[in-house]
Design a binder for this molecule. Structure first.
Ligand SMILES: [Zn+2]
Length: 356
């Protein structure tokens, strides 16, 4: 069959159709909530990156903002016959009009029955946060270290920041009071296992127990070493959730299912980035992204016949989750919890608007 354009430079091909039939059609649940996607109206980016800026990090080149319409369309191509819903948020980057992107997220989610998170600015007052949470369609927030701004207005976002620099206590109080959903991308080069992250996550859970706290990307643990350091110390907290977006590593998915368990894991993709074609390979604490598109970051290519067999990252990731579930002998109910029920329960419990 002819290729179908998915998004950006990525197409849906016969390789993907065959992969879906062989591995996913008979296994993937009918109802799916993808708890980690980014949507945006490109008109809201006031200073789009230059080509040079886009080449500084692989995600800059491989990810192109996607609208709500685009996401809906891409999902119909990639998840045939599935009923999809999303927890969606904007781009976490100060080159965007953040208030505008949050309004866009809210309106898209209202229209489509999805759930939205407002990208959080740490300098907001409590009243400003309440204003954001008052928008129908919004169930919580997405803080990110790139939102930290210096006193002189300059960008000071740093991966080495403390969580409380970009998710400050005066806003945590409001989020706790409103029982809001918070998807937290932890900082630090060492990922979730850094002692400051473990201590600060525990502090948030102790002081703000009504927040529905979801650690993104299993705490950014993409290798088994990082996952052992990050997941084991927090595994016994029954109220702490994780999304498994962008993880892709079958060993990490298996460890998470074993120690966190299928009741506290949420399926996610981090799309639009996972429409990329290729596979990921691991060596200790590092990994390499293999892909077939001639991006500037893509210098270390595999043989053409191997590249021709690449499918979407999205599908490689789903196969990795499937393999982990099968290895552990999980029940159908467990799989449906990860792909739908857990997120649904959390969405229903996250209602930041006061009822009257
Ligand atoms: Zn993300």
């Amino acid at each position: 069959m002819a290729n179908t354009h998915i998004h950006h430079v990525f197409e849906y091909t016969d390789v993907d159709r065959a992969f879906w039939q062989e591995h996913l059609e008979g296994w993937l649940p009918r109802r799916i909530i993808d708890a980690h996607v980014h949507i945006a109206d490109p008109a809201l980016q006031h200073t789009p990156p230059t080509p040079e800026q886009r080449r500084q990090f692989w995600v800059g080149e491989a990810a192109e903002p996607i609208t709500g319409d685009g996401l809906q369309r891409a999902s119909e191509i990639c998840y045939p016959g599935r009923e999809m819903s999303f927890v969606a948020f904007g781009s976490v980057d100060l080159s965007w009009d953040i208030d505008g992107t949050n309004e866009y997220t809210a309106s898209q989610c209202r229209q489509r029955g999805w759930s939205g998170l407002a990208v959080l600015r740490p300098e907001w007052t409590q009243a400003q946060l309440l204003g954001q949470l008052a928008q129908r369609g919004i169930i919580g927030v997405k803080p990110y270290y790139s939102m930290i701004r210096g006193d002189d207005g300059t960008h000071e976002g740093s991966i080495q920041a403390s969580i409380f620099e970009f998710l400050p206590h005066h806003l945590l109080e409001v989020l706790n009071d409103r029982r809001a959903w918070v998807t937290l991308h932890v900082p630090k080069a060492e990922r979730l296992g850094h002692p400051d992250n473990i201590r600060e996550v525990r502090e948030i859970r102790r002081r703000y127990p009504l927040i529905h706290l979801v650690l993104a990307h299993l705490g950014r643990c993409y290798t088994l070493e990082h996952a052992q350091e990050g997941l084991l110390p927090l595994a016994d907290d029954e109220g702490l959730y994780f999304d498994n977006s962008a993880v892709m590593n079958p060993d990490v998915h298996r460890l998470a299912l074993e120690v966190i368990g299928p009741r506290r894991l949420l399926y996610g993709t981090d799309n639009p980035i996972f429409y990329m074609r290729g596979r990921r390979q691991y060596a200790g604490r590092s990994y390499i992204n293999r892909t077939s598109y001639p991006f500037h970051f893509n210098r270390d290519r595999e043989a053409p016949e191997i590249e021709a067999s690449y499918t979407l990252y999205l599908y490689e990731d789903l196969l990795a989750v499937k393999q982990a579930c099968e290895k552990l002998g999980l029940a159908r109910q467990d799989v449906e919890d990860v792909f739908y029920n857990n997120a649904k329960r959390l969405i229903d419990a996250s209602n930041p608007r006061p009822s009257r």
